[in-house]
Ligand binder design. Structure first.
Ligand code: ASP
Length: 313
């Protein structure tokens, strides 16, 4: 039996340490732990990595503190457009969706694409038609709406209208949720889900649903889920780049993931990622001020952190 492993993130759009009071920090830690528990229960009982990442991401999507599904950010037109992807490291099957609003769990919708659409990536009217055929309920925008994200949208639109410089915190700009896992069979999987960037252009799609950029899994190398300024992660195919360095340059997961995150920053890409390989602990590097994140060690102990402080156990 192979040692299972699990890591999750709630995005690099963290509230600055100076503005996060103890109650706020505790709430984020608690939410991360709920998501770790959901995924770990699957792995501990001998379930698949795919089911574990699905369970963790579903928990994170339900949590309004994070920018995915409930609590998602708004486009510049005041609409909600969510992106999600899931990938199975056993055979590199994948499913992705862009710009959807309705399913309570976009990650389950992405999984339905993987399992039933006969293709990898759906967007637009065809995506909605497919999901309705699959029996997904379309919830009203009100379900996903939070005052905090409305305030962030209105502030950003006012700033743009005034031509003022962008001094927003990461928390007001973006966020994402994701999970990577290795099960007792040694199989890897990754899942990622996001509302994208606050006040993004309508129709804009970030790295999250793009296989090889924001989401990737291959048993031979690693499973990766990213968060950050999506445009840069897309142009540098961030997740696939890590796998390529492992495969072709013989790098360790830690070195490949750490180097890619450092290089992305020099190209204007701030954020982070979580990744796990066929053996060993997951890695969770970031170049931003923080990244809501957590992992489980083989003994079942949960570790969570927000900024650069020590992990809470
Ligand atoms: N990468 C996401 C996007 O570009 C945002 C984030 O992770 O913060 O849509």
């Amino acid at each position: 039996m192979i040692e299972p492993g699990l890591a999750i993130h709630g995005g690099a759009g963290t509230i600055p340490a100076a503005s996060l009071d103890p109650a706020g920090a505790n709430a984020h830690h608690a939410a991360l732990r709920v998501a770790l528990a959901a995924g770990w229960a699957v792995l501990r009982d001998g379930g698949t990595a795919l089911d574990a990442v699905t369970a963790s991401v579903c928990a994170l999507e339900d949590e309004p503190l994070f920018n995915a599904a409930r609590g998602a950010v708004f486009t510049d037109a005041g609409t909600l457009e969510m992106d999600a992807a899931i990938m199975d490291g056993r055979d590199r099957r994948a499913g992705a969706l862009a710009g959807i609003c309705g399913p309570r769990h976009p990650i389950l919708a992405a999984r339905a694409v993987m399992d039933h659409a006969g293709t990898v990536f759906l967007a637009g009217a065809g995506a909605e038609m497919f999901l309705r055929e699959q029996g997904f309920e379309f919830l009203p925008a009100a379900y996903f709406t939070t005052q905090r994200r409305l305030d962030a949208l209105h502030l950003e639109l006012a700033r743009r209208a005034a031509g003022a410089p962008d001094t927003r915190s990461d928390a007001d700009r973006h966020g994402t949720v994701g999970a990577v896992a290795r099960d007792v069979f040694g199989d890897l999987a990754a899942g990622t889900s996001t509302g994208g960037m606050t006040a993004k252009r309508r129709g804009r799609v970030g790295d999250t649903p793009m296989i090889g950029a924001g989401t990737f899994a291959d048993n031979a190398t690693c499973a990766v889920s990213t968060t950050g300024t999506g445009e840069v992660f897309i142009r540098y195919t961030a997740a696939a780049e890590i796998a390529a360095r492992i495969r072709h340059a013989g790098q360790s997961l830690e070195q490949a993931a750490g180097d890619v995150i450092t290089e992305l920053l020099s190209r204007g890409g701030d954020g982070g990622l979580i990744a796990i390989g066929p053996a060993g602990p997951p890695v969770l590097p970031f170049n931003s001020s923080g990244m809501y994140r957590g992992y489980v060690t083989a003994d079942g102990v949960f570790h969570t952190a927000i900024h650069r402080e020590d992990y809470r156990r």
